[in-house]
Design a protein around this ligand. Structure first.
Ligand code: PLP
Length: 421
């Protein structure tokens, strides 16, 4: 099973693509046979869907049948010739073809229990920050905005800083707390606790902690359980940004990284990163009151209108099955480990968790940047730079041979660069 999933199988794409186009064309041909306005009750779908994703792949025909029998009844047919409400929302066969091309080039919806699909992790962070801000301001009064304080590590994605800016959090009240190698770049509980105590003594109002599971630069994992308890003790909102590494938690052996997740007020993960679902699909869970059967999703996101993003995620889950998705993730982790072994087997390289290996002039900065430029301008592989590490294995078509090639390119360019040394 390991590595057997072929998420970009061209022949399967051809076959399924033809069948999908037939399915869509049949829908448009029979559109007048459906009630224009959906006739079902809010929440009807929850009972029709299984509790969990299938372990093994399902066949496309079963999915088509479910779309017709379960999903379509919940749809109001904006493209129906009998639709005269609101305003036009034109679709066309050219658009459908264009959208497919867009999916190729680019590289939930109606369920309850507090899940919603945002476009991006940045939007998800902004939305929960706004919710947290309004919640605390309702308690302490609108005039206290300038006292609100946000806590995160120096490894947190810049999306948080942007969200703070948009939400009107005073820039000096975003605590970017220092991390280092001793904690593998994870937030230290003591550092956060000290910052909170010192802010409370200064009359400020700590209200939001953003923890990350898999930071962009260092793949660091903040201590979820401890931070969650701390947030609760001080009545703060606790958000977990698992945009990148959250996908790995589909494998039970990596799930311990989110132990304590039940303490969170919100949790976000990008299916469009490492979960075989095209951009945009950022899954957000929010601890929400379940008093109303109808969740008004327009209030859980920035725009009013929403794309039906859950459909593509649903197809990924059903057509691949959980077991295949798990082995897909495991295979990438195996390839990354293989790359690490290659690095450690060559004495000119160092597997670094801190920036460049020291030398007496510039800490290796020029040499490493020269290597990165040389590798990238070779056109053979593409690496990105970061202050900490630089090789992210996770593309759908990456196999063992690509890892070997990447390593060869790095070695060749390093040999060229090291000649004058
Ligand atoms: N959070 C983390 C940990 C990320 O790695 C990224 C993107 O790399 C983001 C947030 C931002 O993601 P998006 O582009 O979906 O806003």
């Amino acid at each position: 099973m390991e590595g057997s999933l072929k998420p970009m199988d061209a022949e399967q794409l051809r076959e399924y693509g033809h069948r999908m186009v037939d399915f869509i064309a049949d829908y448009y041909k029979s559109i007048e046979s459906f009630p224009v306005l959906s006739q079902v009750k809010p929440g009807y779908l929850t009972e029709l869907l299984p509790e969990s994703a299938p372990n093994d792949p399902e066949c496309l025909q079963d999915i088509f049948d479910d779309i017709l029998q379960k999903i379509i009844p919940g749809i109001t047919h904006w493209q129906s010739p009998d639709y005269f409400a609101y305003f036009p929302s034109n679709s066309s066969s050219s658009w459908i073809l264009g959208r497919n091309a867009q999916c190729w080039i680019e590289h939930c919806g109606t369920f309850r229990q507090g899940w919603v699909i945002q476009g991006t992790a940045s939007e998800a962070i902004l939305v929960v920050l706004l919710a947290a801000r309004d919640k605390i301001l309702r308690k302490v009064g609108k005039k206290s905005l300038e006292k609100l304080v946000v806590y995160a590590s120096d490894q947190t994605h810049s999306a948080l800083q942007k969200a703070c800016q948009i939400a009107g959090i005073f820039p000096e009240n975003l605590r970017v707390l220092k991390t280092d190698l001793t904690s593998n770049y994870a937030l230290s509980l003591e550092v956060v606790s000290e910052a909170i105590s010192s802010d409370l003594s200064a009359g400020l109002i700590p209200f939001f902690i953003c923890a990350t599971v898999g930071t962009t630069s260092s793949a660091a994992v903040d201590p979820i359980s401890e931070l969650g308890k701390l947030a609760k003790a001080f009545n703060m909102w606790f958000h977990i940004d698992a945009a990148y590494a959250g996908s790995a938690c589909i494998c039970p052996e990596y799930r311990h990284y989110i132990d304590g997740v039940e303490e969170a007020d919100s949790f976000g993960m990008n299916a469009h990163k490492w979960f075989l679902t095209n951009f945009d699909c950022s899954v957000l869970w929010v601890q929400a009151s379940q008093e109303n059967a109808v969740v008004d999703f327009k209030d859980w996101q920035i725009p009013l209108g929403r794309r039906f993003r859950s459909l593509k995620l649903w197809l990924v889950l059903r057509l691949y099955g959980v077991a295949n998705l798990q082995s897909y993730i495991r295979n990438h982790i195996r390839l990354a480990e293989q790359f690490e072994q290659l690095i450690t087997s060559d004495s000119r390289f160092e597997y670094a968790s801190a920036l460049f290996p020291p030398n007496d002039q510039d800490n290796g900065y020029k040499l490493n940047h020269g290597l990165l430029d040389a590798v990238n301008s070779s056109g053979k592989i593409f690496l990105s730079h970061t202050g900490i590490s630089s090789c992210a294995v996770g593309a759908p078509l990456t196999e063992d041979r690509h890892i070997k090639t990447a390593w060869q390119v790095l070695q060749e360019q390093a040999s060229t660069l090291l000649k004058p040394y």
